[in-house]
Write a protein that binds this ligand. Structure first.
Ligand code: NAD
Length: 425
């Protein structure tokens, strides 16, 4: 990486640098026009906002929030809003770049963006979260819009957060604008199938990989999921539905393991009763690092970034690693996993079910015509399997690993669009 990039505070975080190293490798391998490569390294725009919120005890706390638009060549920005204590401008920028690459890989008419507020949403009341969301939305209102940049849920945010964002934006404009966000509740223009779409897509990508590798997915197929949240739990449910046995799951407080299989309905009941996951009775507790190293057929990291690094990669014992989370594997870990013969389905391929169904939601909203869940899932399957096949073809063409192949496929599509649009002014 050149020194100028390293010196720019926005780009100095470890996640951004990891993303740049991967981008550099892909651009070098495909011999991309260096002028295009240079533009891809920088976000188009980045906004920092302060978000003052009256807390329940009456005092005002000021949070820091961001919205970064990385590249809008293909269409409006698209990307989640994260509420987490570790959110930074640089992390948000790295995740925005990943969104650009994900949308381009899937041929969606969308650019890449990401937003977030540094806060601990788990320790905030519903009222505090609502006031935070409404003020944050007000601060970024000029930056977003159905034709400009369309947020969606991510870590710490959900359908309710999107409903508050949609309502706040609509109040500012004067009439209902459902298209400003995706991942909304059905009652305000959400799409059937959106809630489970990222996890569903992760499972679809595993099905494609298993077919490609000649592996049968049945009750003897063991699955471990790190991060039993929106993505992890729905991926686990889908893998279970197609007959696989879920033997391990975790959240930020730790994990559980049962080699005979976990009963997901009982886990749901246990969590609904406000019990911590790692006190689930029909399993033994494990730490998150032990969980990642369990012997299994399919490992789905679906929590946060940089969980599989050069320190633990050699001890990972799965056959297929499907990245439900964004950037759960560092670039240094990739070759170690590759040498072990682990088939890695990179994040921009494995977890794109969410943005794909967000795109479906946006299209349905624009047409005011809504599809049934079967149609949503069929379309998701078609686009996931076609994209998987495209990545395999690129892999054969360039003789590279799956991550590089997915990046090359994506950049190839995006760079053609950038070149044909030309350079302004
Ligand atoms: P979520 O907040 O619903 O769930 C996150 C889960 O991870 C929670 O169970 C949390 O306890 C756990 N977790 C947090 N830190 C952890 C740690 N250090 N170790 C183990 N577990 C930890 O969030 P989500 O929407 O499911 O997102 C999870 C990942 O998937 C993120 O990387 C996100 O960017 C990515 N992603 C989400 C979507 C989406 O549609 N929600 C789409 C694409 C990618």
């Amino acid at each position: 990486m050149n020194n100028e990039l390293l010196n720019m505070e926005l780009l100095s975080g470890p996640l951004y640098q990891n993303a740049i190293r991967q981008l550099d490798l892909a651009c070098d391998t495909m011999k991309l026009d260096p002028n295009v490569a240079a533009r891809l390294k920088y976000p188009k725009r980045a906004l920092i906002v302060s978000v003052p919120v009256r807390m329940d005890d009456g005092h005002i706390k000021v949070f820091e929030g961001y919205r970064v638009q990385h590249n809008m060549t293909l269409g409006p920005g698209k990307g989640g809003i994260r509420y987490h204590p570790s959110v930074t401008l640089s992390e948000t920028a790295a995740l925005a770049m990943l969104m650009t690459l994900k949308c381009a890989l899937f041929g969606l008419p969308l650019g890449g963006a990401k937003g977030g507020v540094r806060c601990n949403a788990n320790h905030m009341s519903r009222g505090e979260k609502q006031r935070l969301t409404r003020r944050y939305t007000t601060e970024i209102a000029n930056f977003i819009g159905p034709d400009k940049d369309i947020p969606a849920p991510d870590i710490g945010t959900d359908e309710q957060t999107m409903a508050w964002m949609m309502d706040t934006y609509s109040q500012l404009i004067g009439f209902a604008i459902p298209g400003v966000v995706t991942g909304k509740p059905l009652e305000v223009g959400g799409s059937l199938g959106r809630t489970d779409s990222t996890g569903q897509g992760v499972a679809y990508s595993v099905m494609c990989a298993a077919k490609h590798l000649g592996i049968t997915l049945d009750k003897n197929t063991t699955v471990v999921v790190q991060g039993y949240g929106k993505v992890g739990a729905s991926a686990a449910r889908k893998m279970n539905k197609i007959g696989c046995t879920i033997i391990g799951a975790s959240d930020e407080n730790g994990g559980i393991y049962n080699p005979k299989g976990l009963d997901l309905q009982k886990i749901s009941d246990h969590l609904a009763a406000k019990n911590p996951l790692n006190t689930f009775p029909d399993a033994e507790p494990v730490t998150n690092s032990e969980l990642l190293e369990l012997k299994c057929d399919v490992l789905i990291p679906a929590a946060v970034e940089s969980q599989i690094t050069e320190k633990n990669a050699a001890r990972i014992k799965c056959k297929i690693l499907a990245e439900g989370a964004n950037s759960p594997t560092t670039q240094e870990a990739d070759p170690i996993l590759y040498d072990k013969g682990i088939f890695l389905i990179p994040d921009i391929l494995a977890n794109a079910g969410g943005v794909t169904v967000s795109y479906f939601e946006w299209v349905q909203g624009l047409q005011k015509f809504f599809w049934d869940e079967k149609e949503v899932n069929n379309r998701l399957w078609n686009i996931m399997s076609d994209t998987f096949d495209k990545v395999i073809l690129t892999q054969k063409e360039f003789k590279v690993n799956m991550r590089l192949s997915a990046l090359i496929s994506s950049i190839r599509h995006l760079s053609k669009a950038m070149l044909v649009r030309g350079f302004f002014p």
